[in-house]
Design a protein around this ligand. Structure first.
Ligand SMILES: *Cc1c(COP(=O)(O)O)cnc(C)c1O
Length: 470
């Protein structure tokens, strides 16, 4: 026997078919049972076997997976899941993950077909948001990384010497609304500028960036010797799904010579719906854009995407020339530029296949329709909230996120009610703070969630609230 391959291929083949059947069974019945259940300590303990010296049979490992892992999932594949911003996956994406595993491609570079699939997926993404086809991009873990890559690209475009000399005592600053996702200040932190180099612009009553305030902050910062280099708009804020005035932000960015970035982590998918096109107008002018295929596009985790308008500037921020990574004119080492030129990763998996298969299978029309269906469910939920005494809608429903308060309960009470709801297994919304008040937050990112599920969630909330009020 040579290497790690099985001696008995027919045995592993039979086992593989069994695993696949078990997966399909689970997916077909994904809505049965609780959304989530806590993993008992006994199950956690059972997982802690230590690194075994002797191998374990695949049968036994699969059994342990079925007993110890599958029942205690994240819940995001279940239609009752409405928390945070999670995609729900599809059977198509699941199969694509398996096929990609079989290829075991390394998409950091070189000349092979998996990279061509990724290039095609990037062209689809550029066309979805209306950016020029000669832009660049790559698939990454998620929007946190995509936003980080954008900030690195923008700052190196402003000052190429940063790559050699570091940020030092840089006075470079960027802007985003107070509602921007926490990964943006973290990206400024990781990039060495410090999280305070991301200046937070207040929002107006409609939860969108206050453009007059943005203008004033840029002027004042310049006067005090700071160096503004970028502004980030959000298309679909994580708290309530608001869409910043991207046209307006772009105009201010151009007036001031700033890089215009858009965090469209989930909102980008709304570009596939004619209903939301107007509200997203300006997204196509982005210098860089971060979004996720693993959220509203329902591709299995993980699959984020960064797009950059100017491919030279993108490569200028990351590309290196190294003796052991020489690019040739032909042979396996050809095919430059390589994806490792567009981000910090050298070894990269074949994420593109699950994106290509999911989007390719459903097509842009069906995906746009699914986005609209999620928004319809959100509108239904918002109407039910408004029609229910004791519940109050706390923010307008722009896309797919509904935030509501519960009268007669303190913030602590609302927080505990949501924890009770999770433990009941009925539904899993999350919470956020809207204008200082704790809100129950239902984000309908899940293509399986219907009005039946939001009704069930709301009934449970009403019952739990009545119990708490006493
Ligand atoms: C989810 C989200 C992010 C972070 O994306 P990850 O894929 O979780 O890294 C950033 N911005 C917004 C608006 C988001 O909703």
């Amino acid at each position: 026997m040579a290497g790690l391959d099985p001696e008995d291929w027919s045995g592993i083949r039979a086992m593989g078919h069994q695993m696949l059947d078990a997966l399909f069974d689970r997916m077909e019945h994904v809505g049965e049972g609780p959304v989530w259940r806590p993993m008992p300590q006994a199950a956690r303990d059972e997982l802690r076997t230590g690194f075994p010296a002797e191998g374990t049979s695949l049968e036994e490992l699969h059994e342990r997976f079925t007993e110890l892992v599958v029942p205690y999932g994240n819940g995001n594949t279940h239609p009752g899941f409405m928390g945070w911003v999670h995609g729900a996956g599809t059977p198509v994406g699941m199969l694509a993950e398996m096929l990609a595993g079989g290829m075991n491609a390394n998409c950091g570079g070189r000349s092979h077909a998996a990279n061509e699939v990724e290039r095609e997926v990037i062209r689809w993404a550029l066309s979805m948001v209306g950016m020029p086809e000669d832009g660049s991009g790559c698939l990454v873990t998620g929007s946190s990384m995509a936003n980080f890559i954008s900030i690195i690209t923008a700052s190196r475009a402003r000052d190429p010497l940063l790559r050699r000399h570091g940020v030092g005592q840089s006075r470079m600053v960027g802007y985003a609304a107070t509602t921007a996702h926490g990964c943006l200040p973290r990206a400024y932190d990781l990039a060495g500028f410090g999280s305070e180099a991301l200046r937070r612009v207040p929002v107006t009553g409609d939860h969108r960036m206050d453009l007059a305030a943005l203008r004033q902050m840029i002027t004042e910062d310049r006067q005090s010797g700071l160096v503004p280099f970028m502004v980030a708009g959000t298309a679909g804020t994580v708290d309530c799904g608001a869409i910043d005035d991207l046209q307006g932000i772009e105009a201010i960015a151009r007036e001031n010579g700033l890089w215009f970035h858009v965090d469209a982590a989930f909102g980008a998918l709304a570009c596939l719906s004619s209903r939301f096109k107007a509200q997203l107008s300006g997204i196509e002018k982005a210098d860089s854009l971060a979004f996720d295929f693993h959220k509203w596009a329902q591709v299995p985790y993980d699959a984020g995407c960064v797009l950059v308008r100017n491919r030279e500037l993108h490569a200028a921020a990351f590309a290196q020339s190294l003796d052991y990574l020489t690019r040739e004119a032909r042979g396996l080492a050809s095919g430059a530029p390589w994806f490792c030129d567009f981000g910090p990763d050298l070894s990269r998996g074949f994420r593109a296949l699950k994106v290509w298969m999911t989007l390719g299978h459903y097509g842009s029309q069906r995906m746009g329709q699914m986005v609209e269906e999620c928004c319809d469910v959100a509108q239904h939920l918002a109407r039910c909230v408004q029609a229910t005494p004791g519940l109050v809608l706390l923010a307008p429903v722009t896309l797919n996120i509904v935030c509501f308060g519960i009268e007669g309960l303190s913030d602590q009470g609302v927080s505990e009610l949501v924890q009770d709801l999770h433990e009941s297994g009925v539904a899993a919304p999350s919470t956020t703070r809207i204008n200082g008040r704790l809100a129950v937050r239902a984000a309908i990112v899940n293509h399986r969630t219907t009005t039946v599920d939001t009704d069930r969630m709301l009934d449970a909330v009403i019952a739990l609230a009545a119990d708490r009020r006493g």
